[in-house]
Each structure stands twice: as structure tokens, then as C-alpha cells.
Design a protein. Structure first.
Ligand SMILES: Nc1ncnc2c1ncn2[C@@H]1O[C@H](COP(=O)(O)OP(=O)(O)O)[C@@H](O)[C@H]1O
Ligand SMILES: [Mg+2]
Length: 356
């Protein structure tokens, strides 16, 4: 039996040749719609810090002098390392409700993957703040009802889509479930994700021609869908897809959410059509939250605080421009601060010649 107590009946056959005749669609629906217990996800003041080793290069020698390493110390060629703490997420608060899609937007390096890893239970005990699932701290049962689709999928290139999902069903569904039920679950996922046309095509990779990028993403999502998750967390599922494929994929995710799942995804640069499918949006910039709320209200919010575009734009483009502008400004300030402090240091270094 698949998880969550759903009974699945359907085509037989073994793993060697998982070409089971598709079960009647009503039975597939039974697997994927009667599904899950709704799971509300709340995250309150979530912060994540890491210790990074900052290697200062060899002490600057005046021009014309060759620096000699070794002998007298200074470690590796005079390179010294200092450990400093870096804050990746700075107190992020929000909620993802069953039946809705929450999109985490932000430029590269803004902390999207880190936040998703925390929400998907991948960084348990390594962050501060609170994550609640169904009003309680996440437990193992919730972990089992969480599907996590990483940005870079690992799929066997020589298996067909059906074989991939059947193999996964054999491994991930309870041993008590009959083989026929597992194969039917794989077929149900193929139908749900619109993979019927490529079910018998090999997955492929950079060297072996296989399914398209969009289909490949769907197979990765299918992997997680097999365990019938209440919470589905996806890191950049649309990256690398053209806008039509991206919009079709997000429509599928929306449909999965409408059946009672909680869907959280990160997305780098969605088209306006994709953006419209998001119920809630969380915009990150350098680990800080710039906006959290309904996707349709974001532009009104930014206009109310003095940031309105001069002409009609894709809200996602505008929000990313704002987040990037903030990033550039804070990087420039940090650079200026660093330059000021290093010039102060060189003035204070004994023996260094005073600045002219
Ligand atoms: N364990 C870690 N150690 C050091 N830096 C990290 C670690 N995890 C994330 N980072 C840094 O945090 C920032 C945010 O990373 P990430 O969450 O992957 O951003 P995004 O997914 O938005 O591109 C990046 O600059 C990344 O290098
Ligand atoms: Mg990322």
C-alpha cells in the first residue's frame, strides 16, 4: 500500500518489465487526489549562519621585493585564515498553506535554496527560529510526507521514464504493498504529470539523447510524488526550461496544490504567466525578506513605498530588479567600508610608509 493508507489497485507485472497497462483513470485519481492530510507550514524568524574561513592573502610586499614563504611560519605561503560568521538568512517569517503555491523569489545567492532546505527538513537543528508543520515541530511522520525536489536531479540515464518511476516505487513504497500496487502508483504519477507520451523513452543525459528538459523535471517531481507528499518543496524546478515548458510545469504544480498539497518552490526569473500562478510570494535579497504576501498585491505594496515602475512590467522582473539594486548598493557600501578599513590598517602597520 502506498503511504497515507491509500490502497492502489491496478496493472500487474514485475520490475523487469514495468509496462503495466494503465489502471482506469478513476483509480489513478484515487491515488493522487484522496491523498494527503493537509499540512500547514509556518516559519518564524528563521535565521541561518555559517562559519566561513576567510583567507587573507600573503602580506603585501612593496613592489620589487619577492615574498619568501616557508621557514619562519605564516602557514601556507604566508596565507592566514580567519574564521568569520556569515548570516545567510536574516529572520525570515511566512507561511505556506495547503492548496496554495508559495514562491520564493530572489537573485542568485539571496538564500532561496538555504530557506528551502530548512523548510524541507534538510538542515534540521542547524538554524535558529521556528518551523512548524501543522502547528507542531516537524516529526518523522511529517518528514515522510515531505517531498523535496533538488535543483540538480540524479536520474539513471538508461532507464525509461516508466522504469525510473517503477524502480523508485519499488524502493520507496512500503514492502507490504503488492508489486501491482507499486506499478499502478508509478502509472498514476505518469498520468498526473502528463508523462504518458514519453513513458517509454529513456531519461538520457548530456551524452545520451533522452526526454526533454521539461519532461526530465517532471520525472524528478514524480519521484517525490510517488510517496504521496502533503508538502512538496522544489528548488528552482523551472530553471533551464523555456517559458512555455516552465508555465506548463507550474500549472501542474498548481493543480497538485489545489488537491490539498502545500507547494513551496523557488524560482529565479519567472515569466508573468508563471508569476500569476503563485498564491503567495516571498522575495529575498541577501538573506532578508523584502516582501511576503499575496503575489497579486506585491506591485501595490512596492508602489505604496515609493517604487512604482514607469511602464507596465512583469512583476517578477521588477521585484528582481529591486532586489538586485539593493544587493549592488550593499556590495558597494561593503567595498567602500573594506577599502576604508584597509587604508586605516596600512596607516597603522608599524614600519609602513605613511600615505602621501
Ligand atoms: N554552508 C555554507 N557555507 C558557506 N556559504 C554558504 C553555505 N550555504 C550557503 N552559502 C552561501 O549563502 C548564499 C546563499 O546561498 P543559496 O541559498 O544557495 O542562494 P540561492 O539559492 O538564492 O542562489 C550564497 O552566497 C552561498 O554561497
Ligand atoms: Mg539556489
Amino acid at each position: 500500500m502506498p503511504p497515507n493508507g491509500q490502497s492502489v489497485h491496478g496493472g500487474g507485472g514485475g520490475l523487469v518489465s514495468p509496462t503495466a497497462a494503465p489502471a482506469p483513470s478513476s483509480k489513478m485519481d484515487c491515488f493522487l487526489t484522496s491523498v494527503c492530510t493537509p499540512l500547514n507550514l509556518q516559519f518564524i524568524d528563521v535565521a541561518y549562519r555559517v562559519k566561513v574561513e576567510r583567507t587573507a592573502g600573503p602580506a603585501k610586499e612593496p613592489p620589487g621585493r619577492i615574498s619568501h614563504s616557508g621557514g619562519g611560519g605564516g602557514g601556507l605561503g604566508g596565507v592566514s585564515a580567519a574564521v568569520e560568521e556569515r548570516t545567510i538568512l536574516k529572520g525570515i517569517t511566512g507561511e505556506a498553506r495547503p492548496g496554495e503555491v508559495l514562491a520564493v523569489l530572489g537573485p542568485s545567492g539571496s538564500g532561496k535554496s538555504t530557506l528551502l532546505s530548512i523548510l524541507g527538513g534538510r538542515l534540521a537543528g542547524r538554524y535558529s527560529g521556528t518551523v512548524l508543520t501543522g502547528g507542531r515541530a516537524p516529526c518523522r511522520a511529517v518528514q515522510r510526507r515531505t517531498g523535496f525536489v533538488a535543483q540538480d536531479d540524479i536520474l539513471h540515464p538508461h532507464l525509461t521514464v516508466r522504469e525510473t518511476l517503477a524502480f523508485c516505487a519499488m524502493l520507496r513504497l512500503p514492502t507490504s504493498a503488492p508489486t501491482s500496487a507499486k506499478l499502478a502508483a508509478a502509472d498514476a504519477v505518469i498520468a498526473e504529470l502528463g508523462l504518458g507520451a514519453c513513458a517509454d523513452t529513456i531519461v538520457g543525459n548530456a551524452f545520451v539523447r533522452g526526454v526533454s528538459g521539461g519532461e526530465r523535471k517532471r520525472v524528478s517531481i514524480g519521484h517525490e510524488l510517488l510517496v504521496n507528499p502533503s508538502l512538496l518543496v522544489l528548488d528552482e524546478p523551472t530553471s533551464g526550461l523555456d517559458s512555455t515548458a516552465a508555465s506548463r510545469l507550474v500549472a501542474t504544480l498548481s493543480a497538485l496544490a489545489r488537491k490539498g498539497r502545500t507547494v513551496v518552490l523557488s524560482v529565479h526569473q519567472p515569466s508573468s504567466r508563471v508569476y500569476r500562478a503563485f498564491d503567495s510570494v516571498l522575495l529575498l535579497s541577501e538573506g532578508s525578506c523584502m516582501y511576503y504576501g499575496p503575489g497579486r498585491d506585491a506591485m501595490d505594496y512596492f508602489a505604496s513605498v515609493g517604487f512604482a515602475p514607469g511602464f507596465h512590467v512583469n512583476p517578477a522582473d521588477f521585484m528582481l530588479d529591486l532586489a538586485n539594486a539593493l544587493l549592488r548598493r550593499s556590495t558597494a557600501i561593503a567595498r567602500r567600508r573594506e577599502a576604508a578599513s584597509s587604508s586605516r590598517c596600512s596607516r597603522l602597520t608599524p614600519g609602513s610608509s605613511p600615505p602621501r
